[in-house]
Structure formats: structure tokens, C-alpha cells
Design a protein around this ligand. Structure first.
Ligand SMILES: [Zn+2]
Length: 157
């Protein structure tokens, strides 16, 4: 498996939580790409800690490039799937929100119609009352005028 006969590659990668293409080793050193020259993996490329090349006793970062890229693709696929799910959830939220708003709008419209009707009714009643009052006034004035005319006529005759 590993181009380093002394170490176990599965053990090398299991200590880190980072998946996909590594950017740094746990020791803080940069990762460089190398090409394997072993008979088992000829020309197979791998990532290796710079320090790990010098100091082969310590277990520094090692990862095959094709494995890392495959992991990277799977991670992107998972992210894509997650994004799609998020979009669906958001879409549902927007639809629900629109429905709630429509319902609210409908209720507001009904409430406004009701209030407008009440106001119109009230206005109509008020106008009717004031009209009746002014009619009463006219009648009173007419009566007074008629009485005055009659009185004047009575005086003349
Ligand atoms: Zn290292």
C-alpha cells in the first residue's frame, strides 16, 4: 500500500479529521505532492508532509492523491445534496410564508370591508338624522311664517 515499507498507511491517515485534499500536516508543515516509485504503486502520486519525508519515524500526513480527490468529490457531492435539501426546505418555507401572508391579507381585506361598511352605515344614519332635523327646522320656520302671515291678515281685516 504505502511507499514507506516501515509504516502502515491506514494508521497514518486515521489520526486526522480532515478529509479530501490535505492542506497541512498535523505538525503544521506544508503538504507536498510526490510520485511513488515502488513496484506496488508505480507513478502513483501522493501527498506527504515535508517534515515527514525527512523524518520517516514520525507519522506525518500521507494520502494518495486519487483517494484524496475521490474523497473531495464525495464531499462536494454531499455538499451539493445538502444544498439541494436546503433549497427545498427554503422553497417550502417561502411557499408556506406566501400562504400565511395571503391568508393574512384576506383577513385584513375582510376586516377592512367590514369596517368600511360600518363607517358608511354610520355616516348614512348621521346624514339621515341631520336631514330629518333640518326638515323639522324648515317645518317650524314655515309654521312661524304662516302664523305671522295669518296674524298680519287678521290685523289688516
Ligand atoms: Zn508533518
Amino acid at each position: 500500500m504505502s511507499p514507506f515499507s516501515s509504516s502502515n498507511s491506514s494508521h497514518l491517515t486515521s489520526g486526522t479529521t480532515h478529509r479530501g485534499v490535505p492542506s497541512r500536516c498535523w505538525c503544521g508543515n506544508e503538504i507536498t505532492m510526490f510520485t511513488s516509485k515502488t513496484d506496488e504503486n508505480p507513478y502513483r502520486r501522493f501527498y506527504r508532509c515535508v517534515q515527514g519525508v525527512k523524518d520517516k519515524k514520525e507519522k506525518h500526513m500521507f494520502r494518495w492523491v486519487d483517494d484524496a480527490l475521490l474523497e473531495e468529490i464525495r464531499m462536494i457531492e454531499n455538499k451539493h445534496k445538502q444544498l439541494l435539501e436546503d433549497v427545498n426546505v427554503l422553497r417550502k418555507m417561502v411557499v408556506d410564508n406566501v400562504e400565511v401572508q395571503n391568508k393574512l391579507m384576506q383577513e385584513m381585506k375582510q376586516q377592512m370591508n367590514k369596517e368600511m361598511n360600518e363607517i358608511i352605515q354610520q355616516e348614512l344614519t348621521d346624514t339621515k338624522e341631520s336631514l330629518e332635523k333640518s326638515n323639522m327646522k324648515t317645518v317650524c320656520i314655515l309654521v312661524v311664517v304662516a302664523a305671522s302671515i295669518l296674524w298680519l291678515c287678521g290685523n289688516v281685516v
